[in-house]
Design a protein around this ligand. Structure first.
Ligand code: SF4
Length: 307
């Protein structure tokens, strides 16, 4: 159990009267080793230890403990982590325990397309799961094989359709600009994003993470600058010091990034608000309404004109 008692006033983190979200740590590490991911870093593996996943009972103990300490009600447990839904047996046990001990609590999770099937979607639907995060990363078979995260794109499409039909908020994640990625690979990803049903598509430009195979390759090809100070690594990121380790020209990569995000973020906003209303997250609905990315951008533009 995390040291929740160290919080001076737990109540301030649960402001909604009867529908707060409790984030929990449902797993540590990941048994896979995708070439771009921090879980492929040897030190992460060494110091974080082997992959392990928490039981539903342990999470519900935590939920009950916190619920007993706060005055408002928790309506959802967010069990999203690096890799939560490790197998069908694990999910079956999780769903049965949730039904028995917390039947009215909604929950969110994450998994991998390669370990999902339609039976699992059915289990999620029947056990109050409302949100799931799954990584696609690329629509190009070549890039998938290159980064060791191979996904059957047709199967993912079927699962995506079943999840969205079940009104489970599906977040798919993608990376543009993998090492060696060509414009043709990138276009395959964009085409796939347009085809697969999803409530939200998070699309980012690749950022190198030290100690990972992608990083080593980028260093070997002199595509990235090495820093001596830890603080300097903070500048490595999308739209700050853009790093392009792919074979796509900088301007083309950034242009595709902006176009796809402009479309996807409107879609995410619309679907997120529908989700908030459906699940009675009224505070989140209001907060998203007054403080979404588009409003923030508009404020920045107005401020730049002194308005
Ligand atoms: S499955 Fe996900 S968490 Fe695991 S190594 Fe791959 S990207 Fe990282």
């Amino acid at each position: 159990m995390p040291a929740w008692d160290l919080f001076k006033n737990l109540n301030e983190y649960f402001p909604s009267k009867d529908n707060n979200i409790l984030p929990v740590i449902s797993s540590r590490g990941c048994p896979f080793k995708c070439a771009f991911c921090h879980n492929a870093n040897v030190n992460v593996r060494k110091y974080l230890g082997p992959y392990r996943v928490t039981s539903a009972n342990r999470i519900i103990d935590e939920y009950e403990f916190i619920q007993s300490k706060i005055k408002n009600k928790i309506g959802m447990i967010n069990a999203d982590s690096d890799y939560h839904l490790v197998s069908k047996d694990y999910l079956r046990n999780w769903c049965e325990t949730m039904k028995k001990r917390a039947p009215n609590i909604k929950w969110g999770t994450c998994g991998r397309y390669s370990s999902m099937d339609l039976e699992m979607v059915e289990m999620l639907k029947k056990s109050n799961c409302v949100e799931i995060n799954l990584g696609v990363e690329s629509g190009s078979k070549r890039i998938q094989e290159f980064n060791c995260k191979v996904i059957d794109l047709k199967k993912a499409m079927i699962i995506g359709r079943a999840l969205t039909k079940s009104k489970i908020f599906l977040i798919n994640t993608y990376i543009l600009g993998h090492p060696t990625e060509t414009l043709d690979d990138l276009k395959q990803t964009i085409r796939y994003i347009r085809k697969i049903p999803a409530s939200s598509n998070i699309v980012q430009i690749y950022r190198p993470i030290p100690g990972t195979p992608y990083y080593e390759l980028s260093v070997k090809e002199s595509k990235i600058q090495l820093f001596n100070k830890l603080e300097d690594w903070g500048t490595q990121g999308t739209l700050r010091d853009n790093i392009n380790v792919s074979q796509i020209p900088d301007r083309t990569l950034v242009r595709y990034f902006f176009i796809i995000n402009f479309i996807e973020q409107w879609k995410e906003l619309y679907n997120r608000q529908k989700y908030n209303l459906r699940n009675r997250f009224y505070r989140d609905f209001w907060y998203t309404f007054v403080s979404n990315r588009f409003i923030k951008k508009l404020k920045e533009i107005l401020e730049s004109y002194g308005l």
